[in-house]
Design a protein around this ligand. Structure first.
Ligand code: FAD
Length: 365
């Protein structure tokens, strides 16, 4: 974990603001991190990964999230793609895809469609088995890292149920169009992707057709939610560091900003936000590492807690820095834009609340 963290710091250097403004991370940087196993660090060593626990990968994700929201987003997508292949595919598919994901190939995961955002049951992308091939036909939107991806794990409707397929982006019929100027994580390579009767060998179907949609998507989403939650803990660490340093050094009205009680309160709230987000993440990672059935709800809780805290905490950090943090590219300015999007993706605040409320109703005695 420690050397991976150092490699992330070295790869990102001081470039996060420039990449955010340019709307792109140089692909060699992403391939380098991928080939070091860092973008999908829970993949076992036997497949070229680092074999990290969820807890250690979580800390690596937070470290990355504190430095660059876009690289952290790519890491979430790559890790989620690798996990979906492990969870849904079989040994032949692990052998076919995991070594490339730890060897520099980049991956994305596509659920969302124009008419299927929160309501994934409305997905219309069709995944159809046709003899010894599988055909993917449909359109996905806002797929993080798709602009960089060599392969996309695509979820779709299949018979009476659902299925997931691994689609190399150079297959005829795949078209990737960047989302223009996203408000945050602007270098994460978000793209809309269309699949025009894309035909692949049947072994690109991950583990069978006509499976239950909730069973299929929940494991991928749990990975993604936990990764985003850790990324939000990282956003809060960066905001707390920037706000504390500023409040300790800048003076107004004859004393340090941090000695004005209303500013001190922002710092206290940032400490609470960072610690409570981290605790929720640690709990969910413990569930992951102990294969606890509580993982699904713990991941939702972590994601919701961390995203809400990050959005509020980033706003507070901008407030403390004021004009000093108001420039495009400043760490707190990026955090503010990036964190807001974390309240939308992988289950919006409202969808997380519905899941948590449903859980409360089901477990009431
Ligand atoms: P809608 O579903 O239309 O929701 C609009 C609003 O209504 C939201 O506030 C929502 O919470 C609320 N709402 C909807 N239904 C209910 C309900 N039943 N009760 C209460 N409130 C409700 N998708 C991918 O597949 N792969 C990716 O990698 C990916 N990356 C993304 C990255 C970013 C930065 C963004 C912004 C989006 C990304 N998405 C990705 C898409 C993302 O998953 C969807 O935006 C998200 O699921 C919400 O869907 P929607 O935008 O269509 O909003």
């Amino acid at each position: 974990g420690a050397s991976a963290a150092a490699a992330v710091a070295e790869a990102i250097g001081g470039h996060a603001a420039d990449w955010d403004r340019a709307g792109a991370v140089p692909i060699p940087v992403l391939r380098g991190l991928g080939a070091a196993g860092i973008l999908s660090a829970q993949v076992p060593a036997s497949y070229g990964g680092l074999g990290l626990s969820s807890a250690h990968n979580g800390e690596l994700t937070a470290h990355t999230g504190a430095l660059c929201g876009s690289v952290r987003s790519v890491m979430t997508s790559q890790g989620m793609a690798a996990w979906a292949i492990r969870r849904l595919g079989g040994p032949e598919q692990w052998k076919a895809h995991l070594p490339s994901l730890t060897g520099g190939a980049l991956a994305a995961v596509a659920f969302s469609e124009p008419e299927a955002g929160s309501d994934l049951g409305a997905m219309r992308t069709a995944i159809t088995v046709d003899g010894d091939s599988v055909v993917v036909d449909g359109a996905k939107v806002w797929v993080t890292a798709a602009a960089y991806a060599d392969l996309i794990v695509v979820f779709g409707a299949c018979g009476d149920g659902a299925a997931a397929a691994v689609v190399p982006t150079d297959t005829p019929g795949v078209r990737v169009r960047r989302v223009a100027h996203p408000m945050g994580c602007r270098a994460a390579g978000h793209a809309d992707v269309t699949f025009d009767r894309v035909r692949l060998p049947a072994d690109h179907l991950l583990g069978g057709s006509g499976r239950s949609l909730p069973l299929l998507v929940t494991s991928a989403l749990s990975y993604g939610r936990l990764s985003i939650a850790w990324g939000c803990a990282g956003i809060l660490r960066a905001c707390l560091a920037a706000a504390s340093a500023h409040a300790a050094s800048r003076r107004q009205f004859g004393k340090r900003l941090g000695d004005h009680q209303l500013v001190a309160r922002h710092l206290a709230e940032l400490v609470v936000a960072e610690r409570s987000a981290t605790r929720a993440c640690e709990h969910a990672s413990r569930c992951w590492d102990h294969s606890s059935p509580d993982l699904v709800i713990a991941a939702v809780l972590a994601k919701h807690t961390a995203a809400v805290q990050a959005a509020q905490g980033a706003a507070a950090a901008v407030q403390v820095l004021a004009s000093a943090g108001a420039g495009d590219g400043h760490v707190v300015a990026r955090a503010y834009r990036d964190a807001k999007l974390m309240e939308i993706i992988e289950g919006s605040n409202e969808i997380c609340q519905l899941i948590l409320a449903q859980h409360a109703l089901e477990t009431t005695t």
